[in-house]
Design a protein around this ligand. Structure first.
Ligand SMILES: [Fe+2]
Length: 146
């Protein structure tokens, strides 16, 4: 988080101290364009693709499931950013996320990152609601340790 804020100038939108941080552009825009989470080793958790509406999330997710890819987590709505989501596993066990309707924070907006009350924020960290509970493996880091 220090590198991305001090070197690249990203701003922290929300965080759970020592667990996860969501960062945005200083020029305004999506609630987060990058997230970093504590782990035992480096790895890619997911990449996200923005689509045009809720239907497009499920059209994309259902097409991937029909093609044989494994369900990851979803449909649901995140806490941080409040975007709708559905994750599908890629062949290497990372996740691909379709999302829509993420919160926008304008440039210069008065914004106080959540994170002062970790327990409260953590309760909605994964989802405000979801079709089914997040599977335990959702937070696992499948990358090989260095
Ligand atoms: Fe995401």
């Amino acid at each position: 988080m220090d590198f991305y804020t001090s070197v690249l100038g990203l701003l922290v939108s929300d965080r759970v101290p020592d667990i996860i941080a969501f960062m945005r552009s200083p020029f305004g825009g999506d609630h987060h364009i990058l997230g970093v989470a504590k782990s035992s080793h480096t790895g890619l958790h997911h990449v996200s693709f923005e689509v045009g509406d809720l239907d497009e999330i499920e059209i994309g997710a259902q097409a991937l499931l029909a093609a044989g890819y494994k369900d990851g987590f979803g449909l649901g709505r995140h806490g941080p950013g409040s975007n709708y989501f559905h994750y599908i596993r890629d062949p290497w066990n990372s996740l691909v996320e379709y999302f829509w309707d993420i919160d926008v924070i304008p440039e210069g907006a008065e914004w106080t990152p959540s994170g002062g009350e970790p327990d409260e924020f953590a309760a909605v960290l994964t989802a405000l609601w979801s079709h089914a509970p997040a599977p335990e493996e959702f937070i696992l880091n499948y990358e090989e340790p260095d």
